[in-house]
Design a protein around this ligand. Structure first.
Ligand code: FES
Length: 200
């Protein structure tokens, strides 16, 4: 009888030993899943409602601001710190008009929550002062209404910080995240080229 069972098991390719081995693996996987679910539950995010007082490091100084959970960094900069350089053109950041540096990287302040900016170094266009890029924009008449200009200035500054001698093509490519509805692209690129060549 045992021989018959063994023969049948060999034929089907499955036996009691495989079954118990499989059950053990399933039990271990289930235990692991339970542990993971518990760990996730323990780490569930804190729900924040109402206004919270936070500190933002902007242009080298710490500032106390009160923000709601959905306050963007752009709103905190403009309406609490009176830094109106970054512009509210597109809430999805597609215009690039709200470009600021976050820990040295260009990012659109309209797409970042103020709460996410805590502990980071924020730099706005106001921090550039009499930067060569700003001077070049004036010299090359690189603006009309000026709404896109702070975002372009920050984008050019970031590009030339990484690549001081960027070519025309590199400049055009580096600015493709910014939109100018007045169409002053040619002058913006000329301004950037002049800085890349060491002038303004
Ligand atoms: S100068 Fe008007 S949008 Fe660029």
């Amino acid at each position: 009888m045992t021989d018959l069972k063994n023969k049948a098991a060999r034929k089907s390719g499955f036996n009691r030993r495989d079954f118990f081995r499989g059950s053990g693996a399933i039990a271990a996987a289930t235990a692991l899943q339970t542990q993971t679910a518990e760990a996730i539950q323990n780490q569930s995010p804190r729900v924040i409602s109402g206004e919270t007082s936070i500190s933002l490091n902007v242009n080298g100084k710490d500032h106390q601001v009160k923000v709601a959970p959905n306050t963007t960094l752009l709103d905190a900069l403009r309406y609490q710190l009176d830094l109106t350089g970054a512009k509210p053109v597109s809430s999805d950041g597609s215009s690039g008009a709200s470009t600021v540096f976050v820990d040295g990287k260009p990012m659109t302040a309209s797409t970042i929550l103020a709460l996410q900016a805590v502990g980071k170094k924020i730099e706005t266009v106001e921090s550039l002062g009499a930067d060569a890029v700003q001077k070049a924009f004036v010299k090359h008449d690189a603006e009309q209404c000026g709404f896109c200009t702070p975002g372009f200035v920050m984008a050019v500054r970031s590009l030339l910080d990484k690549k001081p001698n960027a070519s025309k093509e590199e400049i055009r490519g580096g600015l493709n995240g910014n939109i100018c509805r007045c169409g002053t692209y040619a002058n913006i690129v000329e301004a950037a080229i002049s800085v890349a060549k060491g002038g303004n």
